[in-house]
Design a protein around this ligand. Structure first.
Ligand code: UDP
Ligand code: MG
Length: 234
């Protein structure tokens, strides 16, 4: 049976987060019709074995395993391709996002094509909080946007819209803008954010800032060069 909702989770070396994350999702989703697709992005810490074991016991949990690490956007993209639900939800595997926010996002999806989580109270080290604030304001200025927290992985989408978006490495951070470029509607809702309890962040502040800045220039270019024409009917 095709589920209504597909929850897609990119996961790289998060072995201690797998069990609490999956239990939390089961607790929140209860009797809704859903599937969980966890994309193991080349983990080497035992996550692969743990995921295989977990998914073998539950019919609505599925894991996909990359041969080697290919990056968070690739992991999300693979999850989108395997998703079958009308609605897709993404969140991080590290328990920094709160699965109990999922129903709030889905509720808004009735009126919008994409709903983005906004981590109003960030629970990250100060350097990350500040760099994210700076990055969001530069990103909004240069790409003429007003998204408060594009980096929040907790998002919900209509799958038919996602299918129209071609992703490139790093572009998961620009999904709200890519959606708007296609003419889709986007909104934001405030969500919880928790400190990481297990495992380590996969990104350094400076390497991410540099990469994301280059990506921003590409997105700015795409917005400027968007085709804009109307056919006359006379
Ligand atoms: N992740 C991934 N592949 C990567 C890097 C990260 O699948 O190459 C996953 C990671 O396991 C987590 C999410 O992407 O589920 C976000 O990563 P992280 O929590 O390290 O980012 P941060 O919260 O520090 O920005
Ligand atoms: Mg995280």
């Amino acid at each position: 049976m095709i589920p209504d909702i597909s929850i897609v989770i990119p996961l790289y070396n998060e072995v201690d987060n797998i069990e609490p994350l999956c239990q939390a999702i089961i607790g929140v989703m209860q009797d809704r019709s859903y599937e969980v697709i966890i994309v193991d992005d080349g983990s080497t810490d035992g996550s692969t074995e743990k995921l295989k074991e977990w998914c073998s016991l539950r019919s609505n949990f599925r894991s996909i395993h990359f041969k080697k690490n290919a990056g968070q956007t690739a992991a999300m993209d693979a999850g989108f391709k395997y998703a079958t639900g009308e609605y897709v939800v993404t969140l991080d595997a590290d328990m920094q996002n709160d699965p109990s926010d999922i129903p709030k996002l889905l509720e808004k999806l009735g009126a919008y094509d994409m709903v983005c989580g906004w981590r109003q109270k960030r629970n990250d080290p100060w350097i990350k909080r500040i760099s994210s604030k700076v990055a969001n304001s530069i990103r909004n200025k240069l790409s003429d946007e007003d998204i408060k927290d594009t980096g929040c992985s907790l998002k919900a989408y209509r799958r038919e819209c996602l299918n129209k978006i071609k992703l490139f490495n790093g572009m998961h951070r620009f999904l709200p803008t890519l959606f708007k470029l296609e003419g889709f509607s986007v909104t934001e809702v405030i969500v919880n954010h928790y400190p990481r309890k297990f495992g380590k962040s996969k990104y350094g502040v400076f390497n991410r800032a540099f990469r994301a800045f280059l990506d921003l220039l590409v997105v700015r270019w795409m917005k400027k060069r968007k085709l804009n024409y109307e056919v006359r009917n006379d």
